[in-house]
Design a protein. Structure first.
Length: 453
């Protein structure tokens, strides 16, 4: 089969048998063969066909077996480049749920880019994302393969949430800093699956490599942000929302920064493959209403004791994750070393159902640009917005990945021809936010107020 041969499937999910992959499949099936959906053919892929068959039964129940019969299973192993190439030649879009991405992701991206197939994943691993951009961007542009990492809880709520807050600063108002405060809520314990824990542990060991990528790549353009850079406080109390927060070393801030950097070079957003005039106008209007600001995320809670729990967990993973013996210990006893936060068997259905998240965006800035230009100007305006949604890993992440996929399939002509980009710059000006709101997430303006000096 050649690169230009017609593709059999709209979407293939690779790693559909995984804890997250099976939920992505279940979510995707809601839009399968539905008259208003662009999704007419799906297949699932992975290294273990019998596990994939069980997954298909799980995801399609209680539907009749005919539904299952129309979804083929394709054998593909990330250690076998031929199987990946053959897989990618059959589909327009590949959804990659195989992690840790540092270990398995690169051959998958490579096969997509070589065969001109589009690629979305749910990684939260910064080193992987930046390596992929460095190595595959140009080839992706040439081959017409659009590669977008982090289309899950990492980092779409942060990216779209930041853009939402930034667009509330109207007229002469300008933001200086937006801080995200993530709070996780549940009547039961909040538990993550081992796959996510393993990926986080591996990300710690990659810090040196990440620094090296950043040190050696060409300097990126920086957005112009009015006012002095904010002081970085590691622990902060936000009275208005009643939360304590401690800096979360997630990929969110880096991705928002990358989106703003691309925007500073393309003030009207990235041109689409075959844009309609209407799409160009809409994109221009959207991006000209986005105002850059410094951005960071804090994991937060009403209770300072919980904050100290998060700090302890961060120290355990940070210290043990930096040596190979420590990593072995962490991965052998995930439940003990994550203080019960991750389990080899993953969360139960009840635990998933009872969890939810809120991400508050507290923006500080100026009521007019001339005030921002004054020496040592203090922000005089605050805008608080919020993104909320169900459980992060296995409900929100599948919803986001599936909606990104549907936008990509239905609006491909208006998206960049190819290359490696952030979710924010690719999907920011599309109807992704609206779609997420229709599928269980919310974006709200909470308050806009003057700050007394
Ligand atoms: N962005 C977010 O917020 C978010 C949320 C959830 C998960 N994630 C990420 O998603 C990834 C998966 O997490 P998970 O909890 O679902 O992990 P998991 O349950 O361990 O699933 C891993 C999947 O990868 C497959 N796989 C492993 N090695 C493979 C190989 N050589 N070839 C082909 N397939 C292979 C597994 O197949 P078998 O079934 O055959 O073992 C399984 O389907 C992690 O990196 C995690 O961090 C991100």
């Amino acid at each position: 089969m050649s690169v230009s041969a017609p593709r059999i499937y709209d979407i293939v999910i690779l790693g559909a048998s995984g804890f997250t992959g099976k939920h992505v499949l279940k979510q995707l099936l809601k839009f399968f063969n539905n008259p208003s959906s662009p999704l007419n053919s799906i297949a699932i892929a992975g290294r273990n066909p019998s596990k994939l068959t069980q997954t298909l039964h799980w995801a399609t129940r209680p539907d009749p077996p005919s539904t299952t019969a129309s979804i083929p299973i394709i054998a593909a192993d990330t250690a076998d480049p031929h199987s990946l190439r053959s897989l990618c030649l059959q589909t327009r879009l590949l959804l990659n749920c195989v992690g840790p991405f540092r270990r398995h992701g690169e051959p998958v991206v490579s096969a997509c880019v070589e065969t001109g197939c589009d690629y979305l994943d749910i990684t939260g691993e910064p080193e992987f994302m930046e390596r992929v951009e460095e190595r595959y961007h140009e080839k992706g542009v040439k081959m017409g393969s659009l590669v977008v990492c982090a289309c899950g809880f990492d980092s779409v709520p942060a990216e779209l949430g930041f853009l939402f807050n930034s667009r509330q600063w109207v007229g002469n108002e300008v933001p200086n800093r937006v801080e995200g405060f993530l709070s996780v809520e549940s009547e039961k314990r909040v538990v993550g699956n081992f796959g996510t824990f393993e990926s986080a542990v591996i990300a710690v060991s990659d810090v040196k490599k990440l620094r090296e990528i950043r040190r050696t790549r060409p300097v990126r353009s920086r957005p112009v942000i009015p006012g002095p850079p904010p002081k970085g406080e590691i622990i902060e109390h936000q009275k208005k929302i009643g939360l304590w927060g401690v800096t979360l070393p997630s990929a969110d801030a880096t991705l928002v920064g990358r989106t703003l950097s691309i925007l500073s070079e393309n003030p009207h957003g990235l041109p689409g493959l075959n844009d309609s005039a209407d799409a160009v106008e809409k994109r221009k209007a959207f991006w000209s209403s986005v105002k850059p600001a410094h951005f960071g995320v804090k994991i937060s809670s009403k209770s300072l004791i919980t904050i100290f729990g998060y700090i302890t967990l961060g120290l355990i993973i940070g210290l043990l994750g930096s040596t190979s013996f420590g990593r072995k210990l962490l991965l052998k006893y995930p439940s003990i070393f994550s203080l019960g936060g991750f389990r080899k068997t993953g969360p139960s259905e009840e635990e998933v159902k009872s969890a939810s998240f809120k991400m508050w965006f507290v923006g500080h800035g100026y009521s007019n640009e001339s005030l921002a230009a004054e020496v040592n100007a203090k922000p005089d305006t605050e805008i608080v917005t919020r993104v909320m949604g169900p459980e992060m890993g296995y409900v929100t992440t599948p919803i986001i990945m599936v909606q990104c996929a549907l936008v990509l399939l239905s609006q491909r002509e208006n998206l960049p021809k190819g290359g490696v980009y952030t979710p924010g710059i690719v999907f920011g000006a599309t109807d992704l936010q609206h779609r997420l709101q229709q599928n269980g997430m919310s974006f709200d303006v909470i308050s806009k107020s003057s700050l007394s000096s």
